[in-house]
Every structure is written in structure tokens, then in C-alpha cells.
Ligand binder design. Sequence first.
Ligand SMILES: NC(=O)C1=CN([C@@H]2O[C@H](COP(=O)(O)OP(=O)(O)OC[C@H]3O[C@@H](n4cnc5c(N)ncnc54)[C@H](OP(=O)(O)O)[C@@H]3O)[C@@H](O)[C@H]2O)C=CC1
Ligand SMILES: O=C1O[C@H](COP(=O)(O)O)[C@@H](O)[C@H](O)[C@H]1O
Length: 492
Amino acid sequence: MADGTRALFMLFGGTGDLALRKLYPALFNLYKKGSLSKHFALLGLSRKELSDEEFRAKIMTSIADETADQQVATEFVSHFYWKSHDVNNMDHYQDLKKIGNQLDDQYQTGGNRVFYVSMAPRFFGIVAQNLQSQHVLSENGGFNRLVIEKPFGRDYQSAKELNDQLNSGFQENQIFRIDHYLGKETVEAIPVLRFGNPLLEAVWNQNYIKDVQITLAESLGVEDRAGYYDTAGALRDMIQNHTLQIVSYLAMDQPNSFVDTAIRAEKVKALESMEIYTDQGVKDNFVRGQYAGDEDHPDYRHESGVPVDSNNDTFAAGKIVFNNPRWGKTPFYIRSGKKLADKQGRVDIEFKKPLVDIFAKGTGTPGELQKNVLTLEIDPRVGLSLTINTKDSKQGLHTETVPLDYLQSDNRAAQVPLPYERLFHDILNGDGTYFASWPEVAAAWHFVDPVQQVWDTQQPDFPNYQQGSMGPTAADELLARDGNAWFYRGTK
Ligand SMILES: NC(=O)C1=CN([C@@H]2O[C@H](COP(=O)(O)OP(=O)(O)OC[C@H]3O[C@@H](n4cnc5c(N)ncnc54)[C@H](OP(=O)(O)O)[C@@H]3O)[C@@H](O)[C@H]2O)C=CC1
Ligand SMILES: O=C1O[C@H](COP(=O)(O)O)[C@@H](O)[C@H](O)[C@H]1O
């Protein structure tokens, strides 16, 4: 990993939930695998007053599940330091500057700095601006990289304002907008599946693909995040970012080479060719939902922290139409929601049937040919399968469908890097392939904003789906109108 192994991390929100649950374990895994060398240090920051030792004890707890080897864990945490820091207090940045320089010298970091803002979104821009104006950026010839958590704005306008703030101190190639779905094994594999297999890429278009379905379903509800979630909803929380990012990898044209700039350029073109809906288009092509209660579980409006009159969407589904030659008539259906039948992240690609079914009038009792379906499983299993038509083993000609399957083994799954581990690795390498660029984020908001605007002005008929179902019936009708149906129906 060349010089990327040398770095000083400044982690804003160092005692936060995300840092403790995801970020430190991911860094620890990189350390165990040798991707982080002895030339790294991490300065944890928040308003809390902690000693280095108290901070290190928190890190030990955070990484406890990742190792039984106390010596490696102790070595790792010895690289961690704490500074009480209020991001609104300018004086505090002077301390950051001094400590940063000391740690650079002590760990010979080469002046490389990663600023990770793992805080509430209202602080993203403030931190970026203050780092620049208070001269905390490395001036020793190393790199300066800014990592921003989600959500990136709540509409195009707020995202643009945030982006302008970030740009005051950082250039686009220094900004890493985290979308943890892009660190998932199956999502990262999409470009390889498509561009590494001519037999797939040759048919990856409207001539052969009937429709594409993306499902990011969760069985959990809003849990303890109502404060955030009730201001976001499924459309902003899961569709604008994770779902449309997956759409972009599925829909883009082949880049000239597999480098981040070329890939991002193709992703943007795909996202910008999505049809932006009029108000009527939104009504025809998008469905929202909110879950009902049952005898054992409250409905969404009675979850802790949710207003009893909330019209927030806990489910969103839609149809995407592309105005480009590759996809012209092929719809992409997307859906995501909470309290659905299963935790299930997947892509189902339905191919067209042969124009003529020559087996339909054969001898015996022929079966009807079925569509080929390529399924990419993202969560909880990692795998892929392709259903194909073949002959069954009985006497006479009967067709049947069999799957060609790949399912990741438990053994292999145990070796797979965590999503945040992959993303940290890429940040250290300066590789933005699996991060959302600003034009992609902007295009996604341009698509989502009209939907949200219509929803904001219309009273929904909530609640409208049962917990444990796959969402409102209107989401099934959306596909039925085109003569299609969701391939994945849930296991309940
Ligand atoms: N938690 C999760 O599972 C996920 C979180 N995210 C995103 O990650 C980010 C962080 O979320 P999460 O960890 O849950 O948030 P938390 O509320 O758990 O942590 C927020 C952190 O910010 C610190 N903080 C708050 N105000 C200030 C201030 N003025 N100056 C300095 N530090 C401050 C807090 O510490 P203190 O009070 O001591 O100052 C705390 O360390 C958010 O953008 C969220 O959307 C994204 C996906 C999942
Ligand atoms: O970004 C988010 O993702 C999680 C789902 O992530 P997963 O990796 O568990 O599939 C979702 O629960 C959360 O609401 C959203 O903010």
C-alpha cells in the first residue's frame, strides 16, 4: 500500500456510536493485516474530557470481538490519543495543529492526514471550513483527505451548500463521501461481473433484459434512531444514496479503464440519464409506505421518539426509466423499507424469454420456458445465481428451470473485509472508486427531490403495510401495470 500506510487520523466524533461499533474494528483489521504500519496514529476528538488511557480502554472494548490476542490489541491501541475538542471553538483548532505536528514527527507519518467527520451532518461543513481556515491541514507535503459520513444533505440545495463548504478547504479528489453499501462484497463485484464476462455484458441492455429489481429490505424498525430517521424517511435514508449508487453500477457504460475518475464519469452519465418525474410522473411511478402495528409491536407512529402524527415514509418503491440507448424500454424497480419480511439486500435481473417458445408444442407435456433471472445477493448472504431453462430428467420433453449458484462459504465469509475496512483501505490509497462523487450525489438528489416534494404536499393514507410483509400492495401494483412482478417475495 505504498505510502498510504503512513497516516495520522483525526477522528471527529471519536466516542460516537459509529466510531465505536464500526470504525475502530475496521482500522484494527487493517492493522492486523499489515495495511496500517507502525507509522500511524489516531487522534480521537469530541467534547468529552478523557485521558489517553480512558480512550484506549474504549478502543479495547470496541475491538474485543476482533481478536483474542491481547498483545496485538495493546500495540494497536498504543497508537491512539485523545483531545477534548469542540468543533465550534476556534481556539481548539490551534491545539489540533500542534498535536498533529507532534504526532507526525513521533510516528513519521509523512504528513499524511485523514480527517474523518463521524458526527451529526450539521457539523460536516463547519469542520471542513475550520480545518482549512485554522491551518490544521498538513503542510508537510503529505496528503490531506476528508471523509464525510452520511447523510449528504436532505435535498439538492442543502447538499450543494454542504459541498460548497467542503470545497472551501478540499478539492473533489480529497473528499471521500462514505456510502457503506459500496464497501459490500457483492456491490464491489458488480463491475467485474459485468465487464469481466462478455457473455453478460453482451446482453446487458434493453434488448435482452426485461427489468431490473433492487431490494434493500430490513426486518428491523426505526430502533433508537427516530430523531434522525423521522426527518429523513426511506427515500432519503436508503434510496437517494445506497440504492441509486447500486443502480449506477448496474446501469453505467463500460469505462475506458478501471480507475476512479473514469468509473465516476460513467456512473454520472447513467444517473443523469434517469428520467426526472413531473408531479404526475411521481404519482404514477413512486409508492411510499409506513408500517402498521400488530398485537406485539407498535406501529411506526408509536415507536419511541416518533411524533404520533408522523407522515414519514418507512418504505419507498419506485420505477426508474433511463433516457439512453442502452436501457430505453427496460425499467429498473427499486424498493427499500423497514419492518419488512426479511433482512434482504439483492438485485434480480430478469431477462426476456425467447421470442418463440419452440418447446411449447413438443411431445409429452412440455413446461413453459421461464425467464432467466440473475440474482446478486448482497445481504445477509453473499452470492449469485442464474436460473436457466433445461430439460428435466423424465421420459419425453419437459422443460424445467435450474439455478446455477454461487454462495460464499462461511470460511470465505470469515476472511472478507468489513465494509468500513475496505473503504478505509481505499481512502489510504486515495482511491475514490467506491465513494460517491459530487456530480453523482447531485444527480441522485435531482431525481429524488421531485418525489419528496410531491410527498411533502400530499396527505398519505398511513399506516399502509403490515410488519413482516414486503410493503404496501401499491408496490406490487407498480410492477403489475407493466406486466411484471417482484421476483423476491419474502420468506414469511
Ligand atoms: N451510528 C450508525 O450506525 C451510523 C451513523 N452514521 C453517520 O455517522 C455520523 C455519526 O453518527 P453516530 O456515531 O451515530 O453519532 P453519535 O451521536 O453517537 O456521536 C456523535 C459524536 O459527535 C460528538 N460531538 C457532538 N457535538 C460535538 C461538538 N460540538 N464538538 C465535538 N464533538 C461533538 C459526540 O461526542 P461529545 O458529546 O462528547 O461531544 C460524539 O462523539 C452521523 O453522520 C451519522 O449519520 C451513518 C451510518 C450508520
Ligand atoms: O445507511 C443506513 O443503512 C442501514 C442498513 O445498513 P445495512 O448495512 O445493515 O444493510 C439502515 O438501517 C439505516 O437506516 C441507514 O441509515
